[in-house]
Design a protein around this ligand. Structure first.
Ligand SMILES: [Zn+2]
Length: 275
């Protein structure tokens, strides 16, 4: 009787072990992936971990868990700061949508922008817009380069006015949401030197006659700036005083179209007005 029981326990143990072996072999078979990435967002997860959303150059937007990232001494250091440019290694799990982040190395830090409240507001807008417009696991080389360029320029110039205007305008353009800038979406009348009008409830740009109540204006200066953004590199455009207002108008119109097309409100948008 005792012998049979012992034998049964042994058999059960062997079965368990082979099941575990098979499971760990399966885990080992999933190869670690590696990609250049930009950290979009991180949230505390449990006592010690962090939930991380990143935009991988070769993976698209991915969410994963960085184990132990909240411990005082952890191997991630400052790699998981907002918009940090990193090399990241992760393992995909078959059944879960969250990947397991194994390692991250800093390629480029935007320390000045990350540690300054005013500048970090600009980074927060880039992060939130990217989260909103990019579907998970969809590679977008153009958006990857756009996010990186905007973050670099905020860091380099210490001012988000132009980079944010450029980033939001190009996001609308890459999304295929840009209305015509030369004539009214409704009646086709050319704007000429007159202001055009927009709001977050419509996708177009309207003339004085077709404008709806509450619409805001987009003057010729802002439309000309959009023209420059399509033809010139951001780091070659210098911010001159008269451009401030045009950059603001173009950014606000672009954010309104992003909100219209994604049917979401951007929380970080209001922070811009206060910094
Ligand atoms: Zn019209």
């Amino acid at each position: 009787m005792v012998i049979t029981l012992v034998l049964r326990v042994r058999a059960f143990r062997t079965e368990c072990r082979s099941w575990f072996d098979a499971a760990s072999a399966r885990r080992q078979l999933m190869p670690a992936r590696e990609t250049e990435a930009i950290i979009l967002k991180t949230f505390p997860l449990g006592e010690a971990d962090r939930l991380v959303s990143f935009l991988g150059r070769s993976s698209g937007r991915v969410r994963g868990v960085a184990s132990g990232a909240r411990r005082l001494k952890n191997r991630y250091g400052s790699t998981l700061e907002i918009l940090s440019h990193v090399q990241i290694w992760y393992v995909e799990k078959e059944t879960r949508e969250l990947v397991r982040i194994q390692q991250a190395e800093l390629l480029e830090s935007f320390h000045k922008a990350q540690s300054d409240y005013g500048l970090s507001t600009g980074l927060a807008v880039i992060s939130e817009v990217s989260e909103l417009v990019l579907p998970e696991h969809e590679v977008s080389e153009a958006m990857f380069r756009l996010v990186l360029l905007a973050a670099r320029e905020i860091e380099r110039t210490g001012d988000w006015t132009l980079p944010l205007s450029y980033f939001t305008f190009w996001t609308v353009r890459l999304g295929g949401w840009l209305p015509r800038f030369d004539r009214c979406s409704q009646c086709g009348t050319p704007f000429g030197g007159k202001p055009a009008f927009y709001d977050a409830r419509h996708s177009g740009l309207f003339c004085e006659k077709c404008r709806r109540p509450g619409m805001r204006s987009l003057h010729l200066g802002a439309r000309n700036l959009a023209e420059r953004f399509t033809g010139e590199r951001l780091d070659r455009i210098a911010l001159e005083k008269p451009m401030q207002e045009s950059a603001r108008e173009l950014r606000e119109a672009s954010l309104a179209w992003i909100e219209h097309h994604t049917e979401r409100r951007l929380a970080s948008r209001e922070l811009l007005e206060t910094t």
